[in-house]
Design a protein around this ligand. Structure first.
Ligand SMILES: [Zn+2]
Length: 265
């Protein structure tokens, strides 16, 4: 089974990711600001990669599910799912009805099967009173089984560390550089992971002979408080300090446009 991933947007201005096989296709978040962009992403994905069967929403912040996103998903008949702790906030924010017929529904539990995917919801410490989740998604069987981990919007790397074991692909937040944060202070940055903490997380998970993924994509980079070269450099230096080479391909997610299609191998 071939498993694919693509990031359509990854920043505080909007987030939308996609993961799919030949038979099952999920978006993760749809927090894009304009109807035109939402239609281009959702319609473009369906045109290029086949029908979308659902959207998993990580949390209720507007850059992860937007008003225009809800409208476009409803127009397209795509169900919106969230953790049972997230759904009440999503319904309230978007003025959507409760009940079984609601377009925003809880997924069945912390571990569930969605088509060809085994999905685990990962609780993430983020903004107070805003329950937030990342996802570990597995597909395939035997030696062809693959695991991807998607975690953005969190501020404590310990929450994610256990879920990285055995991952073939990791999409993880590297939100800000500490020097740039001092120059362009934003109190909300404390709810996000710094480059230093992301580097520590990756080193801890994959630095000491633990099997490493093929590819790690650094995501949700702040526009004012980060640069691609700073985020990548922090990870490289963390491994160098241990006398190691980075054991995976390292890339960054484009903030305001679509990434290449990534085949997870
Ligand atoms: Zn958030």
């Amino acid at each position: 089974m071939d498993l694919y991933f693509r990031s359509y947007r990854s920043s505080s201005a909007g987030n939308c990711l996609a993961v799919w096989t030949a038979d099952t296709s999920l978006l993760i978040d749809c927090g894009v600001k304009t109807l035109r962009d939402c239609r281009a992403i959702v319609g473009g994905h369906q045109h290029s990669h086949g029908p979308v069967h659902g959207v998993l929403v990580t949390h209720s912040h507007g850059d992860h599910l937007s008003r225009d996103g809800v409208r476009v998903l409803q127009e397209a008949g795509i169900p919106i799912y969230g953790h049972r702790h997230v759904v009440p906030q999503l319904r309230a924010r978007h003025d959507v009805a409760d009940g079984d017929d609601s377009p925003i529904r809880p997924f069945p539990g912390d571990h569930f099967v969605f088509g060809e995917f085994d999905v685990t919801a990962i609780p993430l410490p983020h903004s107070p009173d805003v329950p937030t989740f990342g996802f570990a998604i597995q597909a395939g069987h035997g030696t062809r089984r693959r695991k991807l981990v998607v975690c953005t919007d969190f501020n404590d790397d310990a929450a994610v560390r256990p879920h990285l074991a055995g991952a073939d692909f990791v999409f993880v937040e590297a939100n800000h550089d500490l020097d740039l944060l001092r120059q362009h202070f934003n109190p909300n940055s404390r709810y996000h992971l710094s480059n230093v903490k992301t580097a520590h997380l990756l080193c801890d998970a994959f630095g000491d002979g633990h099997p490493a993924p093929k590819l790690v994509v650094l995501a949700h980079l702040s526009e004012d408080r980060n640069r691609e070269r700073l985020a990548v450099g922090e990870v490289q230096r963390a491994f160098e300090r241990q006398g190691l080479r980075v054991p995976f391909e390292l890339d960054t997610a484009p903030q305001f446009e679509a990434s290449r299609v990534i085949r997870i191998i």
